[in-house]
Design a protein around this ligand. Sequence first.
Ligand code: NAD
Length: 425
Amino acid sequence: MAYIEPAPIKDHENPFESMMSRFIIAAEKLGLEDEVYNVLKSPDKQVLVSLPITMDNGSIQVFEGYRVIHSNILGPSKGGVRYDMDVNLDEVKALAAWMTWKCAVVDIPYGGAKGGIKCDPRKMSAGEIERLTRAYTTAMAEVFGPDRDIPAPDMGTGPREMAWMMDEYSRNHGMTVNAVVTGKPITLGGSLGRAEATGRGVMISCLSAMEKLQINPYNSIIAVQGFGNVGSFAALLLQERGAKVVAISDISGSYYNENGINIQEAIDYRDNNERTLEGFDGATKMEDAEELLFLDVDVLIPAAKEDVITPKNADRIQARLIVEGANGPTMAAADEIINKKGIMVVPDILANAGGVTVSYFEWVQNRLGYKWTRERVNRRADRTIRAAFENVYNKHNRYNVPMRIAAYIVAISKINKAYKYRGGY
Ligand code: NAD
């Protein structure tokens, strides 16, 4: 069979370049030396493996698996494993670096990593996915480890895959090592509060930003793009704190109600309707789903996917505040337009870091052999995100830069300091 190189995706930013363009601005503001810049721009380790898997029909299919460790200067590297047909080295490299900055911004003792397998899990049986997950874990036996590199779920993976990874790693090491992955089922050492942690972090960073902008949550109007794990919890928790959520959306479309949508009802509807909002009657379906982004609201929360705010549509955004629940929802090329409009952006590496924070708590609990209550997890996670927000906000004022660059400044200066203490060859 002839190998065909996939065509480049038009209008799609190279994620690594997009990450680097922001990194460079922050590095210049900080006056980062070339040596450190060169260290931080290159991942520590890039592993590419071929995984031959026996499919249910008896044929053997070879899958490509990746793991990129961007940095372990601050501690063992941490990052999800993605199962998707679009997985490629550039994307994994960018996401790994993002994890380094994210962990540094929220001040948890981890470096950054990311992994992925180029596959379409929707077209595979549970048995095929299990064999693939186990083969990948064994191939990464020398990479993973509770003190080396700790995977977690990402797009296309969840607690089921994490349980298989933990089991396979444990078999290879002759003992149960539950701290080797996070995002596990609760019975295997998963943390209470992990499911809602990212949405909760979005809520905390949103409230922190509202305070600075003097937006009263009780008078605030919010639109949320994406109604999955992150978007639905963020919408629910903000509504519980007084906000009026007038628009929500998922892959089926956008739904608007000027009097505010009852988010718990929308969640219940989705959960009983094959995870989609299609047919939800608590709001009116908008003719053009993208129009949600341009509504006259105080806060816009993009919580679906990357590259939704582009140089072509950024000028139409009316919100005063954007809180990035998703990873990379704003293209780097749109940053300037957003900044000129005076919109405050709480960037992804701060706004959605509640997830990795509670993943870190899961690892801590596994290593302690002790389980925290949900209240303790939430309290500590809230405190972590609030402190990170204040730190970034102070840098935003001190360096007179947008919040996104301020977050990069926080991360890079911390890693730079740690690198100097540790020293190189
Ligand atoms: P999810 O799969 O649970 O939900 C995604 C939601 O977005 C779904 O409702 C889907 O229908 C919707 N969607 C997809 N395409 C859309 C479109 N074009 N328009 C509107 N809605 C669309 O995923 P999630 O876990 O909520 O993750 C969402 C984003 O947050 C991703 O960028 C992810 O990387 C990021 N993130 C997630 C976590 C986490 O803990 N889950 C942590 C950090 C970052």
